[in-house]
Design a protein around this ligand. Sequence first.
Ligand SMILES: [Zn+2]
Length: 130
Amino acid sequence: MFWRFQRFLMGRNGSDELFFTTFGTGLVFSILGGLFFRPLYLVADALYIYSVFRAFSKNIPARRRENEAFLRFWQPIGKWFRFERRKFKERQAYKYFRCPACKQQLRAPRNRGEIEVTCQRCGKVFRTRT
Ligand SMILES: [Zn+2]
């Protein structure tokens, strides 16, 4: 029984980042559909069907391309979220500001008064308060 299932899975795409994202989003829509608006179940079902289709698909190169395109799209967004979370966590200890020349984000310890900053990216020297 189990070996049959294993053989069925051989040569199939399985789960990847796009699978977990579409399936997880489906779960969110299921919950929202239960709480607020029933037709959201249709969105959830579409996401489940798409997830399962991709996981059992034998066209692995095509599924891999989809996943890579998804990651290219998602990675800058994920990076932005991680950076904003870090800024929020460190808001007591560090002040974040931008270089006036190249707009690079910089940080300095708070409560040091007026300091001279050298941008690590473009070398611009400027003064700011922390
Ligand atoms: Zn700069």
